[in-house]
Design a protein around this ligand. Structure first.
Ligand code: DAH
Length: 336
């Protein structure tokens, strides 16, 4: 008799219940009126009186085991179903936050600059980041011994001793795109040329080994310095507001004559300061000659501005490295 009880116990333990059908099969097999547990109690009448207490105890244990197995399996199956159908456990829980993407502050500043110059009648052009010495320096009227060609400023990709093979550099400014444009296109030319530039500089809060510029070029008959200044003032007003305080100062660049720089007044807690936002000037006749444009017939102006500086002013960013770390916590502040 004890063997029989133990057999039923083993059967219960080995029964696999993975789904509703198997749960029902288990119930029929053990817990129903004609099931094995009930039949087991039916055998009690044949048990000798002195063993009845002991057998009754064992049978009750098996009955409880069957009931417990059934209850546990039922709960487990219900839980699984919930997961499968994505049912909500608790609708009062706060939802997980979702983050939408946003444009990088440099992209936002660049887009504003582009919009302004498109309004002023400029088109947009671009050129390669890997340049040769001719486009980056020689055609722009840099003397052969100019310090900007020095290893300290320029990343040389190929340094050549052969006179017929040009050095290759990561462009140090966007001005070489002016050269490419003038070689391709007869005047009038009126374009801006945005792009990334590279300089072998120490990384600090104020300088980085790469940054972004927007070059501008207008070549036509009778282009004057007055038009250059008017264009730049219009830019400053549209970028910083019509009450922007600005000044232009004489400067020097090999590729323009005369040359100038433009500063805007920047208010801050300490009072304020002049910040340089761009270099500009009238295209040097030597530059026209190097691209086959007649300097007797045409004049032109050019300018180059730093997008990083403009974005930093615009958004109050005090460390240029933040623009290149791509830390999501930083970038999320610039939703537009
Ligand atoms: N290429 C100069 C630089 O990187 C910026 C510049 C100055 C560009 C004057 C110009 C210009 O086109 O006319 O510092």
């Amino acid at each position: 008799m004890l063997d029989k009880i133990n057999d039923i116990k083993k059967e219960i333990q080995n029964f696999s219940i993975e789904n509703e059908e198997e749960l029902e099969a288990f119930r029929l097999e053990f817990l129903s009126r004609n099931g094995k547990v009930q039949s087991m109690f039916g055998l009690m009448k044949d048990v000798p009186n002195e063993q009845k207490a002991e057998m009754g105890k064992s049978m009750n244990e098996v009955k409880n085991l069957a009931q417990q197995t059934f209850d546990d399996a039922k709960i487990a199956i219900q839980k699984n179903d919930k997961k499968e159908f994505g049912a909500l456990d608790d609708i009062t829980l706060p939802v997980e936050p979702t983050y939408s993407g946003s444009f990088h502050p440099l992209t936002q500043a660049l887009n504003e600059i582009k919009q302004i110059f498109l309004r002023l009648g400029f088109s947009i052009a671009d050129g390669p980041e890997l340049e040769d010495d001719f486009h980056n320096f020689t055609a722009l009227n840099f003397p052969p011994d100019h310090p900007a060609r020095d290893m300290q400023d320029t990343f040389f990709v190929r340094k050549s001793d052969d006179k017929d093979v040009d050095d290759l550099v990561l462009r140090t400014h966007t001005s070489p795109v002016q050269i490419r444009l003038m070689k391709e296109q007869e005047p009038p030319v009126r374009s801006i040329m945005p792009g990334r530039v590279f300089r072998n500089e120490a990384v600090t809060a104020k300088s980085y080994f790469q940054f972004n510029q927007v070059e501008g070029l207008y070549v036509n008959e009778k282009v004057t310095m007055g038009e250059l200044i008017e264009t730049l003032v219009m830019f400053a007003r549209l970028m910083y507001g019509s009450d922007v305080k600005y000044r232009v100062r004489p400067s020097y660049f090999p590729f323009t004559e005369p040359s100038m720089e433009m500063d805007v007044w920047w208010e801050n807690e300490k009072g304020g300061q002049w910040l340089e936002i761009l270099g500009a000037g009238m295209v040097d006749p030597n530059v026209f000659q190097s691209v086959g444009v007649d300097p007797e017939k045409y004049t032109g102006f050019a300018f180059g501005m730093g997008v990083d500086r403009i974005a930093m002013l615009r958004y109050g960013i005090d460390d240029i490295r933040l623009l290149y770390d791509n830390d999501i916590r930083f970038l999320q502040q610039f939703k537009s």
